[in-house]
Design a protein around this ligand. Structure first.
Ligand code: FES
Ligand SMILES: [Fe+2]
Length: 332
């Protein structure tokens, strides 16, 4: 459906229809988001029962004695959503007619069902959904194309500093742009000198580097004296782990429509004394600068005179890799 040449010097960027055509937006939910691992939070921060939404699919994460489980959040009787808010509980009871399930999703009981034939059966259990964790963070996938370990390794997710990470704040930004435009902007440091004047004074453009992995990429920024300023880990298709000396900022880009996204910010701090220093000091300011650019691109790609561009071989490897993955997933 899409072809991005593996040779960055020959390749053309993603055609603009990918972003503007509503059909491709819908298709990307099935082709990309259902087949990859979606960030669900840090395992220790989750309640015993936590409802989550993965591209419109209502799911439940539960901490049972047997470990972490993920399952459908839809009652197998007449389809009510079972749990609306995170809670501590030792079983799940439907609020419509009282069907009960264990924390690992097995049907337990149902009033007024005596005499029903071949009941209960496995179809009355809650469908189970793949869940896995790495570095203390949980991810779920509706239909994973590969194991979580192929997307991200334990060492890639290691914080820069020592000390225990603590969730210190969560925030949401609404961006008037396609989710992929937001991600591909994140995937290059090329724009830093042009867009982020204050960040550019901290991060050395010459030594800024990008490494590519099967479903991830890592960008590393150093200060002028060679000190590590930040490490930016991108896990295809929409999760960003930004490592700073003070801790980690996790950003998750949630698609809303072909022209709107929500970016969740979760801030985990291990060393409070470093929060106001370096590349991770003014994340809000940098976010607003990125949003203004990405929203401008969103308007630009609608132009009849724009269809696609070309890549800088030295500065846009991450964006090229991202487009290659989109094309690959659409071809599956
Ligand atoms: S819909 Fe859940 S018990 Fe009826
Ligand atoms: Fe940026």
């Amino acid at each position: 459906m899409f072809h991005i040449d593996p040779d960055i010097r020959k390749a053309k960027t993603m055609p603009s229809e990918f972003y503007t055509d509503e059909r491709f937006f819908e298709l990307s939910k099935e082709k990309i988001f259902a087949r990859t691992w979606q960030f669900a939070g840090r395992t220790e921060d989750l309640s015993v029962v936590t409802p989550i939404d993965v591209v419109g699919e209502p799911l439940l994460l539960t901490k049972a004695d047997s470990g972490l489980h993920c399952m459908s959040n839809v009652c197998t009787h007449r389809g009510k959503i079972l749990v609306e808010e995170p809670c501590e509980a030792n079983l799940i009871r439907c609020g419509y007619h009282g069907r009960r399930f264990s924390l690992d999703g097995k049907f337990l009981s149902m009033p007024e069902f005596e005499g029903v034939e071949s009941f209960p059966s496995v179809a009355d259990d809650l469908a189970s959904v793949p869940v896995d964790h790495t570095g203390g963070f949980s991810f779920v996938s509706l239909d994973p194309v590969d194991m979580l370990a192929e997307f991200v390794s334990d060492e890639a997710i290691m914080p820069m500093g020592k000390g225990k990470l603590k969730l210190s704040s969560t925030n949401e930004y609404r961006v008037n742009a396609h989710w992929a435009l937001y991600c591909e902007n994140y995937l290059e440091g090329f724009h830093i000198p042009f867009v982020h004047k204050s960040l550019n004074e901290i991060v050395d453009f010459v030594t800024y580097s990008t490494e590519l992995f099967r479903y991830a990429s890592v960008q590393t920024g150093y200060e002028a004296d060679g000190k590590l300023a930040a490490r930016y880990l991108f896990i295809f298709p929409n999760t960003m782990f930004n490592f700073y000396p003070w801790g980690v900022s996790v950003n998750v880009v949630r698609p809303v429509s072909s022209s709107e996204s929500v970016v969740e910010y979760l801030t985990y701090v291990s060393d409070e004394s470093l929060v106001d220093e370096g590349a991770g000091a003014d994340l809000h300011g940098v976010e607003l600068e990125d949003e203004a650019i990405v929203e401008s691109v969103q308007r630009g790609i609608r132009s009849r005179y724009y269809s696609h561009g070309r890549y800088s071989p030295t500065r846009e490897q991450g964006t090229h890799h991202f487009h290659r993955l989109i094309a690959e997933f659409f071809g599956q």
